[in-house]
Design a protein around this ligand. Structure first.
Ligand code: HSE
Length: 377
């Protein structure tokens, strides 16, 4: 029986992973799960329908090396610390990781099986053992665009993102709501005062954003009633690291040679867990819109074309509509004024599902030789 170790399963991505694995019956696939902890070694393991024993020490290389596969949602620092030690010990098991630390290593495969199953299978045949989840915006963009890439229709993509607080972590989500509370605390009373104007309300909101006690420990600045046009560190060429990943990871996931340019501006907005993206796709030729929609629909069961109408866009193409689902809708599809080879589109996806946990649990199923199925949009 295969032994699979889980690290970081109590954090936000790890919790979503556990929920999805339970929902899809993954723990009934006949492997022996072992749960590791960095802080509660010896405490009882979680209830996954099977005995899991007590929690093992996530820093114990020998205990980890007993596993046939390790699934980590513990974060990049843990990966950078433990993975080299584990490999140096001679461990040849499978490492499945949500963190970006190993993503761009030559020995790593970025996993998004509805998009790059063939590349994953080739890597397995070559003996690859490190399988890493992709950046969430890249994975969500490819879930809806890979049918166009597969047909050679994409010359370049500009993606302007509207990224949710969850992408910056659980504490940022909490801070976003704390910021909303501070805004409501400062300005909400005006809503009950007869004759209070929108401009009075705005002055109260703006004053609250600037108040010294406005919650900003995580974000540094207001996100509620505002946005932040920078995500992650600065890299060369004026890009943020999040923007750099768009090009690097898209081309690695798809195995494109020569690479296709992907670039844009990544922006944090006050959504909770859905990343949205406004896309401009420069097509290699004037492909009819109906063919584009068919290619998107045929690519995988989760990509969903939303009619380019005000009603459908408002009802189906928002974080509020998509949160907590595996569907990745794309809409606003139309040719732009720049010419018939320029496609405009807007897409939304749950950052914690296809953007984080879902590819990991599916990779585990691939390694276990299990049917993929599962995951109704
Ligand atoms: N880097 C992403 C974000 C998280 O900040 O939204 C998902 O990869």
């Amino acid at each position: 029986m295969k032994r699979v170790g889980f690290v970081g399963w109590r954090g936000m991505v790890g919790s979503v992973l556990m929920d999805r694995m339970l929902a899809e019956g993954d723990f009934a696939l006949g492997f022996e799960p072992a749960f590791f902890s960095t802080s509660q070694v010896g405490a009882p393991g979680p209830d996954v329908g099977h005995p899991t024993g007590t929690l093992r020490d996530a820093s114990d290389v020998r205990a980890l090396a007993e596993m046939d596969a390790v699934v980590s949602c513990q974060g990049g620092d843990y990966t950078n610390d433990l993975h080299p030690k584990l490999r140096a010990s001679g461990w040849r098991g499978m490492w499945i990781d949500a963190a970006s630390a190993l993503r761009m290593k030559d020995t790593s495969v970025i996993i998004l099986d509805p998009v790059n199953r063939a590349l994953i299978e080739r890597a397995l045949a070559r003996g690859a053992r490190d399988f890493i989840g992709g950046n969430c915006t890249v994975s969500l963009m490819l879930m809806v665009l890979h049918g166009l890439f597969a047909r050679g229709w994409v010359e370049w993509v500009s993606t302007m993102t509207y990224q949710a607080a969850s992408g910056a972590g659980a504490k940022t989500m909490q801070e976003l709501v704390a910021q909303m509370r501070a805004v409501v605390g400062a300005a909400g009373g005006l809503l009950d005062r007869d004759g209070a104007t929108a401009l009075e309300l705005d002055r109260a909101v703006t004053a609250s954003l600037a108040a010294p006690d406005f919650p900003r420990r995580e974000l540094g600045v207001p996100l509620a009633a505002s946005l932040i046009p920078w995500i992650d560190k600065a890299v060369d060429g004026g890009q943020s690291r999040e923007e750099w990943k768009g090009y690097a990871e898209t081309n690695k996931i798809l195995g494109l040679e020569p690479p296709v340019p992907v670039d844009g501006i990544c922006v944090r907005v006050g959504a909770m867990r859905c990343h949205s993206q406004g896309l401009t796709v420069k097509l290699t030729r004037d492909v009819p819109l109906a063919d584009i929609e068919a290619a998107i629909r045929d690519a995988n069961p989760w990509a969903r074309v939303v009619p380019n109408t005000p009603e459908a866009s408002r009802a189906e193409l928002t974080p509020a509509a998509v949160s907590g689902t595996l569907a990745v809708p794309i809409g606003r599809l139309h040719k732009l004024k720049m010419g018939p080879e320029y496609l405009g589109a807007f897409t939304v996806g749950d950052q914690l599902l296809w953007g984080a946990a879902e590819p990991l649990r599916r990779m585990l199923r691939i390694l276990l030789g299990a049917e993929l199925g599962g995951g109704a949009p």
